[in-house]
Design a protein around this ligand. Structure first.
Ligand code: FMN
Length: 454
């Protein structure tokens, strides 16, 4: 059987996510993000269309890098206002049975003990459909909000994250034995104390002496996602991630990242295919190329250049308004998403300018849309999977919900005809669906913290 392609819908609990300005399109419904019915309808739509999951981004600060002000972000709804993504999950889980939930949570600002409980709760309530996109953030505004002068240096954030992971693995994997819960009404015995163990972690950043508060959930550790592909980010991914989210405009660049992360994982005793890689993509499609092109021209009228620059400035950590239109942008000292800067260097050459950047943002972000008929989209997807080794795609929204309806009605059936997409969900938790096993495999570093029986 040919390799199956995976799809996640890529969104955020906000109005303007990636393609900035499209919320102003008359058919776009993203302004309803603060109503529960919007999300339950969304989840049902995706599940009917056999999407693997919904992947929710998050930031915990405002975008105030462009002109050193939050005003452009507020004007253009550039990922602000932004509500908590985790709160959406139980509502969406209640109306679906199979859809996975990849939720971004920044580990910098929350104690691992409390976070471990929140994720375990979601794993219980979803029947094991929760994934965690592990991020360390890229915004000084977030650090200032919780009393720091600015964020930690780029690589130091990953060091902190390594220790954080050790703590949460100990809690999820090592505190409760599988048969600790007896639930014997007659004996008045709920949990066997001998099978519930306190975690003792005394590290550089964290100190925990406690029993994990949740009984074992279907997956124990959530499915672990990571996005960020600097050298340090790749090493972190190779160590912890089961799904990696990459962006990239050139196949060679993406292919290099994919094979490097898999090689690094193998060096750590994992298997290359223990990691599934999802490529970020924006697709505008129709029955014919002309229909797709007309749709794109219609969408384009609503793009906001200021909002697009606001987002790019924050994610790259560069105030583009300090540069003239044709002056090369100085990128050297960024502490933000360095892989985004590298990708821009690759796409436009090292001497790129604000004008070049804006020319790239044709639909409101640096992610160029594929504008093509459904047949052409299928060919494009297959070509990227074959040449880069990615396993699937995180599909950014354009005009919601029609952008996902197009994928469901036009693209997925064509992939199915070619045997490249499932025709029904398989059973079990999210990890089981993706990797054939509900728990972390023994060769994953998290498994080394498993409680030893007897
Ligand atoms: C495709 C992609 C998506 C990301 N999504 C988020 C996000 O939703 N929230 C967040 O705080 N950081 C996000 N990040 C940032 C990274 O997770 C990471 O913490 C950091 O910025 C360092 O990235 P680097 O290793 O590529 O330099 C994303 C990065 C990439 C490349």
């Amino acid at each position: 059987m040919p390799r199956q392609i995976h799809f996640n819908a890529f969104d955020m609990n906000c109005v303007g996510h990636i393609q900035q300005g499209l919320w102003a399109h008359p058919r776009d419904r993203s302004m309803e993000y603060n109503r529960i019915g919007y999300w339950t309808d969304y989840a049902q739509r995706l599940e009917k269309g056999l999407f693997d999951g919904i992947f929710l981004a998050d930031v915990v600060g405002i975008y105030d890098v462009l002109s050193g002000s939050p005003a452009p972000a507020l004007r253009g709804a550039v990922q602000v206002p932004v509500n908590d993504p985790m709160m959406l999950v139980p509502a969406m889980a209640a109306v679906t049975q199979h859809l996975g939930f990849g939720v971004t949570a920044n580990l910098m600002y929350e104690q691992p003990f409390l976070f471990a409980r929140r994720m375990a709760t979601l794993d219980h309530l979803t029947g094991g459909r929760i994934g965690w996109n592990i991020v360390t953030g890229y915004l000084d505004s977030a650090a200032r909000a919780i009393g720091m002068d600015g964020q930690m240096a780029h690589d130091d954030r990953y060091d902190l994250a390594d220790e954080y992971m050790e703590v949460v693995y100990k809690l999820w994997e090592g505190s409760w034995e599988d048969d600790a819960v007896v639930a014997d009404r007659g004996a008045h015995l709920y949990a066997d104390p001998a099978k519930v163990h306190a975690v003792h972690h005394h590290g550089r950043q964290y100190k925990v002496d406690a029993v994990h508060l949740c009984e074992p959930s279907p997956q124990r550790s959530p499915v672990l996602y990571q996005a960020g592909s600097s050298p340090r980010g790749r090493q972190f991914a190779a160590t912890h991630a089961e799904c990696v989210f990459v962006n990239g405009q050139k196949k060679e660049g993406v292919q290099e990242i994919v094979s490097d992360i898999r090689t690094r994982a193998e060096a750590l005793g994992r298997r290359g295919d223990d990691i599934k890689v999802f490529l970020g993509a924006t697709i505008v499609t129709g029955r014919t190329e002309k229909e797709a092109r007309d749709k794109f021209e219609d969408y384009r009228r609503y793009v906001s250049s200021e909002a697009a620059l606001t987002h790019a400035a924050a994610s790259m950590g560069i105030d583009f308004n300090k540069f003239d239109w044709d002056e090369p942008v100085e990128t050297g000292k960024s502490e933000a998403i360095t892989s985004n800067i590298k990708a821009m260097d690759r796409a436009a050459g090292p001497q790129w300018t604000k004008r070049k950047l804006l020319e790239q943002m044709v639909l409101g972000s640096r992610q160029p849309p594929l504008v093509a008929s459904a047949d052409q989209v299928v060919d494009w997807l297959v070509d990227w999977v074959d040449t880069t080794g990615v396993d699937g795609f995180n599909l950014s929204r354009t005009v919601v919900p029609e952008c996902f309806d197009d994928i469901i009605e036009l693209v997925i059936p064509r992939l199915q005809e070619r045997g490249l997409y499932k025709t029904a969900y398989s059973e079990g938790p999210l990890r089981q669906k993706l990797f054939g096993t509900p728990r972390l495999p023994d060769r994953h570093t998290g498994a080394s913290h498993r409680v030893r029986h007897g």
